[in-house]
Write a protein that binds this ligand. Structure first.
Ligand code: SF4
Ligand code: MG
Length: 313
């Protein structure tokens, strides 16, 4: 709720703070138990920072994060550590977070032992069980990270999260580095695990076609702000914000029931250190009016569960 994550910009001889990068700038949304909430936007829009601040892998600047009623940023170290297993983060490239000298079986068991979740004698059995669940051959348990393909590594990343028996997973671009054919397999794995284990996901992607199959609701971010939030079908069939329309212009419609307006995005995303005044999208919006340059459009509910920040909607 009203989450902000600012990074100071320092300058001058004294290294004083001369401004802030507003990586996450007053973002509010809620995720229901058992749903998959998609967060989309171009790189640099603040999606990962939002995901990491929600799990308190980063400290917030302002605002509040509630997880099952718990104020996550108010916990002390010990309380946070106790909560950690229930909320897990999956990275785009799990390889970068795997120690190349540690066998996969050990790497998967590590966190379980760290948190004292299982006695040592039961860890290996649990590792094999979760590997199988995640589509990894259990006879690979003693291999090293470099012996796995990209798709298998992402299965390892997923297995590592699942090991902890979480309720909530933030998956940050988990298929972006994979071939399209492998992407579908990994997305299916996410869906299967969700059904079996009643998981809740925050699924981050720059690619709308990736979130389309998985997500119940989708939020669209730009320069640290949410510009639109809607149930999946409504967003795809009737996007309201010009930026969402632009993102969707490059995604083919499965059933061309309706003709969608096409907007080609012009120019690059401005620097988050120096965002445009008023509506942050105004420098690239084909509908820009005077008011857009001056006044920040409120992020408001325009119909049930549909939110949009645009003066023209
Ligand atoms: Fe475009 Fe104005 Fe709407 Fe921003 S507020 S998206 S500039 S029409
Ligand atoms: Mg990112």
């Amino acid at each position: 709720h009203r989450l902000k994550k600012y990074y100071p910009i320092t300058g001058g001889l004294l290294g004083r703070t001369i401004g802030h990068v507003k990586a996450v700038d007053d973002v509010s949304f809620s995720i229901q138990k058992g749903e998959t909430f998609g967060l989309v936007g171009e790189s640099g829009s603040g999606k990962s920072t939002t995901g990491r601040t929600i799990l308190r892998l980063l400290e917030k600047t302002e605002g509040e994060v509630r997880f099952q009623g718990i104020d996550v940023h108010a916990l002390n170290r010990q309380e946070l550590r106790a909560l950690r297993p229930r909320m897990q983060y999956i990275f785009q490239d799990p390889y970068s977070s795997l120690n190349p000298r540690v066998r996969i079986g050990e790497a998967l068991g590590e966190a379980l032992l760290d948190h004292g979740l299982l006695p040592q004698a039961e860890v290996r059995e649990r590792v094999l069980e979760v590997m199988a669940l995640c589509g990894l051959a259990t006879y690979h348990v003693d291999r090293y990270p470099h012996e796995f393909s990209g798709g298998q590594r992402q299965r390892i990343g997923i297995a590592r999260a699942i090991m902890m028996n979480p309720d909530f997973i933030v998956a940050d671009e988990p298929v972006s580095a994979l071939d399209v054919s492998i992407q579908a397999q990994i997305i299916n794995l996410f869906a299967e695990l969700q059904e079996q284990r009643k998981l809740t996901y925050l699924f981050i992607s720059h690619d709308l076609s990736v979130v389309e199959h998985l997500c119940t609701r989708i939020g669209v971010m730009y320069l640290g702000s949410l510009l639109e939030l809607a149930p999946r079908d409504e967003l795809f069939l009737e996007p309201l914000h010009p930026y969402t329309k632009a993102l969707l212009s490059s995604v083919p419609l499965p059933i061309p029931k309706k003709k969608r307006e096409r907007i080609v995005l012009q120019g690059d995303m401005p620097s988050p250190a120096n965002p445009p005044t008023g509506c942050k999208f105004h420098t690239r919006c084909p509908y820009v009016k005077d008011i857009c340059r001056q006044e920040v459009p409120a992020f408001r509910e325009v119909s049930t569960d549909r939110f949009v920040a645009c003066h023209l909607v």
